[in-house]
Design a protein around this ligand. Structure first.
Ligand SMILES: [Zn+2]
Ligand SMILES: [Zn+2]
Length: 250
């Protein structure tokens, strides 16, 4: 299985697009923020996407959707598209698309369907199995695990340390985890809904994942060596900080 890192950034990073992943084996896009959308076309993956998973209803994970839908309309897409997310996803996408481009969502020219999930949901798409866990961020937040032929990828979405994600990521091939800030900064700012580098390491160690990739790192987090050193206090497995456009195969 391959992960194509369309973007690896947090909300307001001028150097990285919003965190956005493409899993080609499942024709699955994960998250679609406002600064990731252009790269979907630049990387020429737009015609390979059949399903989009939205990890939660924050703009850096969703506000690319109106542009994506309207560009598909301009390009006369015919292939159906399914958007998977928490309860309320259809209303949310309708609202943001109506604000962006009024009276367009029902005239896209292709079938758009929505699938609401919760922690118990298991879905099969293109011979992959998707399962989910409630994350510690906002009400709509879910992590996702994608499995095919004994290979698996788990993505946390934005979250604080979360035992349910540890369980979801058990023995996973690669855990892609948000790593917002240092433990010191997290404590100083009382950030409960994002992870420190140390808590990513703990989640990785406790899940016994085979490798860990850090994304959504705060734009002022400093050098990667210090970030990795903090993760290493807890996790000794393979560790990477991917760049935009990197592809990792497991
Ligand atoms: Zn968020
Ligand atoms: Zn975010």
């Amino acid at each position: 299985m391959k992960i194509n890192f369309v973007g690896v950034g947090e909300a307001f990073d001028e150097n990285h697009a919003n965190t956005c992943l493409f899993i080609e084996d499942a024709s699955l896009l994960i998250d679609c923020g406002y600064s990731a959308i252009q790269r979907i076309w630049k990387k020429d993956i737009h015609n390979k996407i059949n399903t989009i998973f939205i990890s939660h209803f924050h703009a850096d994970h969703t506000f690319g959707l109106p542009a994506l839908l309207l560009r598909y309309r301009e390009e006369k897409r015919e292939t159906p598209l399914t958007i998977i997310s928490a309860k309320g996803i259809e209303k949310y996408v309708r609202n943001i698309t109506e604000l962006a481009y009024p009276n367009s969502i029902d005239k896209l020219g292709f079938k758009l369907t929505f699938k609401e999930i919760d922690s118990d949901t298991s879905l099969n798409i293109e011979s992959t199995t998707l399962s989910f866990a409630k994350a510690e961020h906002i009400d709509s937040s879910f992590a996702i695990r994608i499995e095919k032929d004994s290979k698996s990828i788990t993505y946390s979405g934005d979250t604080g340390y979360c035992a349910k994600i540890v369980e979801l990521a058990k023995d996973t091939g690669i855990l892609v985890h948000e790593a917002y800030t240092s433990q010191k900064d997290k404590e100083a700012k009382e950030l409960k809904k994002h992870s420190s580098f140390l808590s990513c390491g703990l989640c990785a160690a406790n899940s016994a994942c085979k490798s860990l990739a850090l994304v959504h790192i705060s734009r002022d987090s400093g050098n990667p060596r210090a970030i990795k050193e903090e993760v290493r206090l807890a996790y000794k497995g393979t560790l990477t900080i991917p760049d935009d456009s990197e592809i990792i195969e497991i």
